[in-house]
Design a protein around this ligand. Structure first.
Ligand code: HAM
Length: 430
């Protein structure tokens, strides 16, 4: 083998890809029911876009970016997340700002140079939603509600919502100083990275996963004690809204998240089965980001969900891959093209939106004998075999599951109607 898939990436193969389709479809429905519309941004952006939003002192920017120069020497970066690109698109396209609020979602691969392990990849997929415009707590509640709706729609009801507030430009600096003073006192117990963070961004220490830092972090002052009255009231209002929507939550004063653009509310959703460190997804408010990018004062909030993690949780609930309805068997070596033509005619209309009148039909292209074609038809799980050329009494049809011959069908149209009718009796249409 000359080549292997790059470390931390994977192929999604038939058998698994159907589960992805299912997840994507379900998520799209949830997003659209809440009024969110899809945006597809490029996979790479100017490096500065991420440095200025995710933050220079975050692990993502310091250690995890896939950055390269193009042929004109521009520094570009494979997107490590979807919020900054979406805000860029929001500002660049006035059509997205014609009415407020703006509800958008995205779905696609992100790239981070992380140490691969279960549920952590270097190319991974996210589903994300962003709500731009509203400052009030209803927006925070809508986001958490939508996140849960996506989880529920794929059969995951056992989720834990963690919420916290990181304050704003008024109270956060105060907290940062309080926490810096605290960690300075315990500096000798911190890991090398955290010692650095003391200077660059002490809040990041709360997010450190090195076990030796845990006891020091556990004793750190709580951000909730430093909130200014406005931020404290916002947080209270968010919690009231969650209660009003009957969404159980836990306050997690140590939750800071790995990105610097957050203000006020941050949240994560954890689910049993992923381990303590692994959130299915998370998000929060980023009231300053649009302005930081040169736009008007526009509060915003969003979240994203890791699709690989969601699929790990979904397990076998996703439907199994579809099997062909029909395999057309060429009884003679000269009838291969006739078999292909019949297969095409049986498949039916692609403009039939629900595929009620369409059949999944496969046909041999390996020049196999009729016997070998029959073996292959049962191997691929075809429900019926149909034989060409047509005999004088009509097309022969064999029920592959029951192993019995059916009544002959006199024309292609009759055959189609019969197959679709019979399929309707055995299963619901795809
Ligand atoms: P994040 O917490 O960095 O937030 O990523 C969100 C989710 O993406 C994680 O909870 C996890 O499920 C998944 N994820 C992250 N890194 C990896 C990885 N290496 N492998 C597999 N899955 C991963 C954000 O990205 C923010 N943009 C969320 C947001 C949207 N905030 C506001 N709007």
């Amino acid at each position: 083998m000359k080549f292997q898939v790059p470390r931390g990436t994977r192929d999604i193969l038939p058998g698994e890809v159907e589960r992805w389709h299912w997840l994507e479809e379900r998520t799209r429905v949830a997003m659209s029911l809440y009024g969110y519309r899809e945006v597809r941004t490029p996979l790479f952006e100017a490096t500065d876009l991420f440095v200025r939003s995710v933050g220079e002192s975050t692990d993502i920017v310091r250690k995890e970016l896939y950055t390269f120069q193009d042929r004109k020497g521009r520094s570009l970066t494979l997107r490590p997340e979807g919020t900054a690109p979406l805000v860029r698109a929001y500002l660049e396209n006035p059509d997205l700002r014609t009415e407020s609020p703006t509800r958008l979602y995205y779905m696609g691969p992100m790239f981070r140079y992380e140490r691969p392990q279960a549920g952590r990849y270097r190319q991974f997929w996210q589903i994300g939603a962003e709500l731009l415009g509203p400052a009030g707590p209803e927006a925070d509640a809508e986001m958490i509600d939508l996140f849960r709706a996506v989880m529920f729609d794929v059969g995951l009801a056992d989720v834990t919502v963690l919420v916290n507030s990181l304050g704003d430009a008024v109270c956060r600096p105060r907290y940062r100083e309080a926490i810096r003073a605290y960690f300075k006192k315990h500096a000798e117990k911190l890991c090398g990275d955290c010692k650095e963070r003391l200077e660059t961004n002490p809040l990041r220490i709360l997010d450190c996963k090195v076990p030796s830092c845990a006891p020091v972090i556990a004793g750190a002052p709580s951000v909730l004690d430093s909130l200014c009255p406005e931020c404290a009231e916002h947080f209270e209002a968010v919690k009231r809204a969650l209660t009003g929507l009957e969404i159980p939550y836990e306050v997690a004063p140590r939750l800071v998240r790995g990105l610097d653009y957050y203000t006020r509310t941050v949240f994560e959703i954890h689910a049993a089965g992923l381990g303590a460190q692994n959130a299915v997804g998370g998000g929060g408010r980023y009231d300053q980001l649009v302005k930081d990018f040169g736009g008007p004062d526009t509060p915003a909030i969003g979240f994203s969900i890791g699709m690989e993690r969601l699929l790990l949780l979904v397990g076998d609930q996703a439907p199994p891959p579809a099997k062909p309805d029909v395999c057309v068997i060429a009884l003679e070596p000269g009838s291969a093209v006739e078999a292909q033509a019949l297969a095409r005619a049986l498949r039916g209309q692609v403009d039939d939106p629900e595929h009620r009148q369409a059949l999944h039909v496969v046909v041999d292209v390996m020049g196999r004998s009729a016997n070998a074609q029959m073996k292959w038809a049962s191997k691929v799980g075809a429900r019926w075999a149909v034989f060409v050329p047509m005999a004088a009494e009509g097309y022969g049809v064999r029920d592959m599951t029951a192993g019995k011959d059916e009544a002959r069908q006199r024309s292609v149209e009759e055959l189609r109607r019969w197959l679709i009718g019979r399929r309707g009796l055995v299963e619901s249409p795809r």
